[in-house]
Design a binder for this molecule. Structure first.
Ligand code: MG
Length: 167
């Protein structure tokens, strides 16, 4: 995909992901293993938080989405840590001349409780994107028992990322 370089120094991107819970899986969000709860189904480690961040970065950089970049038909991505995928996306973003400004993440889940893990998640995302933990916000909200998330059938995540170019 050929893309004209944007005349803007700053670019914003939005990411969204949802994965259903599945038996026999380990729950990983933002690269943090969360104990005592089912994991999410998916081809990789199903880290919906990291996937939302990836799509936010790809959107901001004017690149293809996560499904195009890492197709779930490719066996090499089976069970892969999504932080490794985020690292590759960071390299693509950097190759286009952009640095990450900040990332803002909202996890929408009635389970698990995210607060005990938020600091570790922020640290993982920040380290992978070469920014400080202060540049990564991880917020959590619930669906108050309503709908697919309220019934604790899955986890949704939204993320916004800001990129800036050095020139
Ligand atoms: Mg996903």
């Amino acid at each position: 995909m050929k893309i004209e370089m944007s005349r803007f120094k700053y670019r914003v991107g939005l990411g969204f992901d949802f994965h259903p819970f599945a038996e026999g899986r380990e729950l990983v969000l933002g690269g943090v293993k969360i104990p005592d709860i089912e994991g999410l189904s998916g081809h990789s480690d199903a880290d919906a938080l990291t996937h939302a961040v990836i799509d936010a970065l790809l959107g901001a950089a004017g690149l293809n989405d996560i499904g195009c970049m890492f197709p779930d038909t490719d066996p090499s991505y089976k069970g892969i840590s999504s932080l490794l995928l985020l690292e590759r996306v960071y390299e693509r973003v950097r190759d286009r001349g952009y640095s990450v400004g900040n990332v803002d993440i909202v996890v929408i889940a009635d389970a698990p409780r995210l607060q005990p893990h938020a600091e570790a998640i922020r640290a993982n995302i920040a380290r992978t994107l070469h920014i400080t933990a202060d540049d990564v916000a991880v917020k959590a909200t619930t669906m108050e028992g309503k709908g697919v998330i309220g019934r604790k059938e899955g986890v949704a995540v939204q993320a916004v990322a800001l990129l800036h170019r050095a020139d």
